[in-house]
Design a protein. Structure first.
Ligand code: AMP
Ligand code: TRP
Length: 334
């Protein structure tokens, strides 16, 4: 069985873009692959953050992923497997300074941070972020990494690091990981459908997957439809986004009927919105209930995740024992 690995930062609440664009796909992959899904709290330290909030958001993300259908045995918290950090150090001596300077995400993030605060500290961790990501992947000898297109460059770097490691130490130790670009919908902001749904744009721009039903309905009702800037005869992005959400919710029949109405020129946006709101309400109500069940047993669920992290850690330790041997470090006793 091939191995899949992916990570997500503990950014607080998941929004429907994260769900339809990534998490739903992860849930499906569990049927076919040995999966390692990870809440990457070490990565979240690369930009300014609050310690208490980081810990809170890490558990929050883990619970929300479980509610979405990630199996507890496939889920863990990155920093509960500190071997990731050790492997990152070793790989940082294999990665080159030059290739890191070409990472566009570093440049983008550093710029964004400076725009907000010109005196902000740009950490060395932000610069070496992709090496830690390579360690996350290689430590499990992963074959496939489901990610969005924005992570393509980081994946390329992970492959290069694996290849150079294998070459430098004269053995085929790490499989070269490949990105898995599954076709997943890209969800746009309901308030500004020219942009991707994202938390960083502000409250109106994302729909919380675990939000209150009334609020979700309100956001759909007030979603921007026609901005008047779509070329004649072309569906405006706001309307296309509502259709996309409807399809992502699995409402194919309703989608087809309303799409036929649209092409016949008799679609009422109010009806489209109503149908989308109903579909999202059904989905999110089920997810919210699952989350409530998990939260009612918080202690037990946390212990379960700690246990799965410990099991996964055993695999990571085995990799580190082998890597330490290969690269010439002294053996650790016990
Ligand atoms: P982020 O925290 O923004 O990196 O998102 C985590 C995951 O959700 C990534 O795999 C993204 O590709 C995915 N994602 C984020 N925003 C959207 C969106 N608006 N539509 C679809 N997928 C998204
Ligand atoms: N950098 C990824 C992102 O921003 C998150 C991530 C960290 C990741 N480690 C990973 C993704 C390992 C895939 C595999 O989305």
């Amino acid at each position: 069985m091939k191995t899949v690995m992916s990570g997500i930062q503990p950014t607080g609440d998941l929004h429907i873009g994260n769900y339809f664009g990534a998490v739903q796909n992860w849930v499906r992959l569990q049927e076919t692959y040995r999966c390692y899904f990870c809440v990457v709290d070490y990565h979240s330290m690369t930009i300014p953050y609050e310690p208490a909030k980081l810990r809170e958001n890490t558990w929050k993300m883990a619970f929300q992923l479980l509610a979405c259908g990630i199996k507890p045995e496939n889920l863990f918290i990155q920093s509960l497997v500190p071997e990731h950090a050790e492997l990152a150090w070793i790989l940082s001596c294999v990665a080159s300074y030059g290739e890191l300077t070409r990472m566009t995400q570093f440049k983008d993030k550093a710029e964004q941070l400076k725009e907000k605060d010109k005196d902000v500290l740009i950490s060395a961790g932000l610069f070496t972020y992709p090496i830690l990501q390579a360690a996350d992947i290689l430590i499990y000898h992963a074959h496939y990494v489901p990610v969005g297109k924005d992570q393509e460059q980081h994946l390329e770097l992970s492959r290069n690091i694996a290849q150079r490691f294998n070459h430098q130490y004269g053995r085929d130790y790490f499989p070269l990981p490949e990105p898995l670009f599954t076709e997943t919908p890209k969800i746009l902001s309901p308030a500004d459908p020219a942009r991707k749904m994202s938390k960083s744009l502000g409250e109106k721009h994302y729909i919380n997957l675990f939000g209150e039903e009334a609020h979700i309905r309100k956001q759909i009702r007030s979603a921007v439809t026609d901005t008047g800037d779509a070329p004649p005869g072309q569906m405006s992005p706001g309307v296309a986004n509502l259709f996309e959400i409807l399809r992502a919710c699995g409402q194919i029949d309703a989608y087809n009927v309303l799409m036929a109405d649209y092409h016949a020129g008799k679609l009422r946006y109010s009806q489209l919105k109503e149908t989308v709101a109903d579909a999202l309400a059904a989905l999110t109500t089920a997810l919210r209930e699952r989350l409530q069940h998990l939260e009612a047993e918080k202690k037990k669920v946390k212990a379960q995740l700690e246990a799965s992290s410990a099991v996964i850690r055993e695999f990571a330790r085995k990799t580190l024992r082998e890597v330490r041997e290969i690269v010439g470090l002294t053996s650790l006793k016990a």
